[in-house]
Design a protein around this ligand. Structure first.
Ligand code: IFM
Length: 443
């Protein structure tokens, strides 16, 4: 597909791709790994669209060298992966399992040999099952246990990891995992899931302190954001938009950047204790921004348990997930973060941006994905527009390197620059892989 030349990006801008442990590694019983909440959830009939699990996924645990060669071929300077807590501590507490950490040791060294910066996420939703059995993120002990795990990871890898990301998308883990029950651990607490927000944030703050104490690399968190597109113009619609915005876009970022919780986020007494907000507001080196699409919102019906109603947006191209393709939402979001948080906002890296399409190899064995090229072209340009408008953005990571196991959707949604045939584990770079290399990374 032919696209107009990409504008230049600042020197040192980090181009990368992202993955996460449970979505690609497989080998869930190897080398002492303990069970995670996603093993349990995927093993429960009816939870996953195609009945699959991440037990094999992309078999990256055994094929990581081939995957790092794909990264090197792409020319990216960063690779964002996640460390599986249950590989490091099979039950979530106690000493490190050295053979679990060995895998990440090998991965990090292989990345560095290939000239790719390792960017490590500590928690991408795969909580050790034993911790969930003790209450998980609803329990106030979990934050300190998370910091102890962060310390073990930093002790082993901290001399080589170039950017640490404490949590991935704590909003999604709270809302889909604990509010609506469509992700692990499958709790359906609706707004009673709020303690999960606070305990994840407290875990983040304590982990930042643990990483700083080890003198390791810069620290970030990866939040996901979805700008509100109001459907309707009544006062009630505007109030619904503000309520959704506070929940999705500000619940985590306001306290991280020192503003405390947004008004209207009412925690039960005893959840937020003296000193917690100071721990949570530990200075960040980078804010990770995951963006996929905006959300249409209007006022809720009177008997609704939620103060807003989510409405499908019309008039946009759509991905195979039925998500609207709206690059202007990314530009608006980046500007809005700058305008809202001003000097408190650290430099931003877009830690996830991508799309699912039904990519199938043609008769020639090649995989053509022009929609993904158009998607990435639009979103990369949106980042450039935000930089032109004065927002400090220092990196952009595509979700994802590989097609992989997409949580409750199983293997039915393909996000990769590289196609994976799950029967053979054969990797085939799609046309978007060559486009990203030739038009973005090395124009
Ligand atoms: O696959 C997920 C990822 O794990 C977190 N962010 C969104 C992606 C696409 O749904």
């Amino acid at each position: 597909m032919t696209t107009p030349p990409m504008p230049e990006f600042p020197a040192g801008f980090r181009w990368g791709v992202s993955t996460s442990a449970y979505q690609i590694e497989g080998a869930t019983a190897a080398d002492g790994r303990g069970p995670s909440i996603w093993d349990t959830f995927a093993g429960t009939p009816g939870r996953i669209a195609d009945g699959s699990s991440g037990a094999e996924a992309c078999d990256h645990y055994h094929r990581y060298a081939e995957d790092v060669a794909l990264l090197a071929g792409l020319g990216v300077s960063g690779y964002r992966f996640s460390i599986a807590w249950p590989r490091v501590q099979p039950t979530g507490t106690g000493p490190a399992n050295p053979t679990g950490l060995d895998f990440y040791d090998r991965l990090v060294d292989t990345l560095l040999d290939a000239g790719v910066d390792p960017v490590a996420t500590l928690f991408h939703w795969d909580l050790p099952q034993a911790l969930e059995d003790a209450g998980g993120w609803l329990h106030r002990d979990t934050p300190a246990l998370f910091a102890a795990y962060a310390d073990l990871a930093a002790a082993r890898l901290g001399d080589r990891v170039k950017l640490w990301i404490t949590l991935n998308e704590p909003f999604i883990h709270m809302s889909l995992g604990h509010g609506l029950g469509v992700h692990a651990p499958g709790r359906t607490l609706l707004l009673d899931a709020f303690p999960v927000a606070h305990h994840q944030l407290l875990g983040h703050g304590l982990a930042v302190a643990a990483l700083r104490a080890r003198g390791t690399g810069p620290v970030a968190i990866a939040n996901n954001y979805s700008p509100v597109r109001l459907i309707g113009e009544t006062e009630a619609d505007r109030a619904a938009g503000a309520a959704y915005d506070a929940l999705h876009n500000r619940l985590f970022t306001d306290p991280l950047l020192g503003l405390g919780y947004p008004a209207g986020m009412n925690f039960d007494p005893g959840v937020v204790r003296d000193g917690d907000l100071e721990v949570i507001a530990a200075p960040l080196d980078v804010l990770g921004v995951n963006y996929y699409s905006p959300t249409g919102i209007r006022a809720a019906e009177e008997d609704s348990p939620l103060p807003f109603e989510i409405v499908p947006l019309t008039g946009y191209p759509r991905t195979a997930f039925d998500w609207p393709v709206a690059p202007d939402g990314l530009r608006d979001l980046l500007l809005r973060l700058r305008d809202t948080y001003g000097d408190a906002l650290p430099p931003i890296q877009v830690t996830e941006s991508g799309c699912a399409y039904d990519d199938v190899p043609g008769a020639d064995g090649r995989v053509h994905d022009p929609e993904r090229i158009a998607y990435l072209d639009g979103h990369v340009r949106a980042v450039r527009e935000a930089i032109d408008a004065g927002v400090e953005v220092t990196g952009y990571f595509v979700w994802s390197l590989l097609d992989n196991w997409e949580w409750a959707e199983g293997f039915t949604k393909r996000f990769g620059l590289v196609h994976v045939d799950y029967a053979t584990q054969r990797r085939t770079p799609k046309s978007s892989y060559a486009w990203f290399r030739d038009h973005v990374v090395r124009p």
